[in-house]
Design a binder for this molecule. Structure first.
Ligand code: NAG
Ligand code: NAG
Ligand code: NAG
Length: 262
């Protein structure tokens, strides 16, 4: 009986002790000159990415990219050279995978230089690659809801491929379902890659969507009751999902950072 109690209680205490909103990781960031190489490939945002977060976007290593689940996640990164670097660092959105192992984040020159103290940007840029620390932060899009871009490969009525953009909060989207508005017949979509989800069995519209996001230690459903896509949805268009996500998913780590970097 005692043994049983030990096994039940221990994981609970353990998870409380390590529940963390902001784990700090030591890593490396590299600067490179062309910001178009941050938006092309692995997350498929294309030129949309250049409007995210004032263009402060990053290519992440495969551990942060997580097979595309990390697309659209936000990080605060600051460099560790006290002489050259400010304490707030820079906030970036992940829009690309960098397969190189020699840095964890690739930053455009402007974002890289934003980590510098006043007057030290040139000195920092000359390093090209530097030791940093990073933590995941909630994404904040001013005046934007989570949005759905209908991809060009879609064919009405049943072949529907969507890209999720402007995902707020500090969560992962782990499932997406679609239904005709008011119908209980939800059809699941599968992740094609990164933020792109697809089904060949979309119902006739108008359509609503629901999402499972990670929050706390679990997942939760997020959705709007209203139509998101009209019956005559069109590829290339971006539609407001009618909701935004502000949840925080917990990580397990120690020590846990509770300070704001400013
Ligand atoms: C990255 O690291 C992995 C494992 O350590 C290795 O197999 C791979 O070849 C490396 N890739 C590059 C581009 O160096
Ligand atoms: C990828 O990482 C390498 C090595 O750190 C860096 O030189 C390169 O600029 C990075 N590229 C991108 C697109 O982030
Ligand atoms: C987000 O969606 C809500 C609910 O539909 C709507 O009231 C609000 O205006 C939307 N916000 C933006 C910024 O579009």
């Amino acid at each position: 009986m005692k043994l049983f109690a030990f096994f039940v209680v221990f994981p609970f205490i353990f998870s409380l002790a390590t529940a963390c909103d902001r784990c700090v990781h030591k890593s490396k960031a590299a600067a490179f000159s062309s910001s178009s190489s941050l938006s092309a490939g692995a997350c498929g945002y294309g030129s949309l990415a250049l409007n995210f977060n004032g263009g402060f976007v990053a290519a992440a290593n495969s551990e942060i990219f997580r097979d595309g689940v990390g697309c659209g996640s936000c990080f605060q990164i600051r460099c560790r050279n006290r002489e050259l670097c400010n304490r707030a660092g820079v906030k970036v959105v992940v829009t690309e995978l960098n397969k190189s192992n020699s840095s964890d984040f690739g930053l455009g020159v402007r974002a890289f230089a934003a980590m510098a103290r006043p007057g030290k940007a040139d000195g920092l840029k000359r390093l090209v690659i530097t030791d940093v620390e990073h933590k995941r932060i909630p994404c904040e899009y001013q005046n934007k809801n989570l949005s759905i871009r209908v991809e060009e490969s879609s064919r009405r009525p049943s072949l529907l491929t969507v890209k999720l953009i402007y995902q707020g909060g500090q969560t992962d989207i782990v499932a997406v379902d679609v239904a005709r508005v008011g119908s209980p017949a939800w059809q699941f979509m599968t992740r094609s890659y990164g933020p792109v989800w697809t089904t060949s069995r979309a119902p006739g519209g108008p359509l609503q969507f629901r999402f499972v996001v990670t929050a706390g230690y679990d997942g939760k459903w997020v959705w709007a009751e209203q139509a998101v896509l009209p019956a005559e949805w069109r590829s290339g268009e971006v539609y407001d999902a009618g909701v935004q996500i502000s949840d925080i998913a917990q990580e397990g780590c120690s020590p846990c950072d509770t300070q704001e970097w400013r």
